[in-house]
Design a protein around this ligand. Structure first.
Ligand code: NDP
Length: 282
């Protein structure tokens, strides 16, 4: 069975659009998301366009601020400070990756915690790990939503996450743990990775290598969540970290690329923006 992130995210956005349509009357305005893009990386440009389109569907006001790749770090930080102080802005998202001369951690840390719609601010990360209220990071949250929508029971399952990045691997491992899965996190130094992934009843792959996980690495009946977004070197088409064709017949559930985790990430970003907006009204 294929878990369609496209379908689920379309439904989520339609539900949010209904909610947001009532905001002008209740609050006098709609949520406002500001996205900052530094440079002209084509991948980043397409992500930013996707976010802006989703805002239009949901009825969220969207401002995209584009700056050249040689923008000094100090200028980016002062732009963020201005937006932090602007009461008409609910969410601030700096599209990653940033050019090498800019310190990403410094930039993420400069965003006001209550406007950090990505959930990357150190205080939000700490709150997540301490099970405190926080902005939950979009991709991991989208993955949990997909599992639940497919009726996958997470509690008690052996989950393996391949990848330990701050934005995907680590937080998704934490969310799976919070759902009472027994979680293993694998990475580039894991010995005999295939033996580890074959143990998984739920396998989440966030590595960034086209078709990295092959059928022999997956147990029959496993639920496979493919986070990767890559170009297939042979066809030039988008593909995931998982070899979909050979694994799909073996898995009980699998997410496609495109149309899987990607659209769910954006839908969860819309939810986070609404959440920040509502907290600003309180
Ligand atoms: P990172 O490059 O930050 O992390 C990759 C992880 O994979 C690292 O932990 C690394 O291990 C591990 N890894 C690399 N090679 C191997 C290997 N041979 N065996 C086992 N583990 C390995 O990537 P991200 O987490 O940011 O992204 C992963 C993928 O997900 C990318 O394709 C990205 O484009 C995509 N993505 C998709 C999103 C979506 O919305 N669909 C959102 C965010 C990302 P180590 O730590 O040891 O180096």
């Amino acid at each position: 069975m294929i878990i369609s992130g496209k379908e689920l995210s379309t439904q989520m956005k339609a539900d949010m659009a209904v909610r947001v349509s009532g905001f002008p009357e209740r609050f006098g305005r709609v949520p406002h998301l500001v996205v900052i893009l530094v440079g002209d990386d084509p991948g980043s440009l397409s992500y930013v366009r996707g976010k802006s389109k989703a805002c239009d569907v949901v009825g969220i006001r969207n401002t995209t601020i584009c700056r050249p790749a040689d923008l000094p770090e100090t200028e980016l930080l002062s732009l963020i400070r201005e937006l932090n102080e602007d009461a008409g802005v609910d969410g601030i998202l700096v599209q990653l990756p940033l050019p090498a001369h800019i310190d990403e951690a410094k930039v993420i840390g400069a965003i006001a915690q209550d406007k950090d719609v990505d959930g990357f601010h150190p205080l939000n990360v700490a709150a997540l790990w301490q099970k405190q209220p926080c902005v939950r990071p979009c991709t991991p949250e989208g993955i949990i939503r997909m599992l639940k929508s497919a009726g996958v029971e997470i509690r008690g399952k052996r989950a393996v996450v391949v990848g330990r990045s701050n934005i995907v691997g680590l937080p998704v491992a934490k969310l799976l743990l919070d759902e009472n899965a027994t979680v293993t996190v694998a990475h580039s130094r894991t010995v005999d990775l295939a033996a580890v992934t074959r143990q998984a009843e739920i396998l989440v792959v966030a590595v960034g290598r086209p078709k990295f996980v092959t059928a022999d690495m997956v147990a029959p009946g496993a639920v496979v969540i493919d986070v990767g977004v890559n170009r297939d070197p042979e066809t030039g088409r988008l593909c995931g970290d998982v070899d979909f064709e050979s694994i799909e017949p073996k898995a009980s559930f699998i997410t496609p690329v495109p149309g899987g985790v990607g659209p769910m990430t954006i839908a969860c970003l819309m939810e986070n923006t609404i959440g920040c907006f509502l907290r600003h009204q309180a």
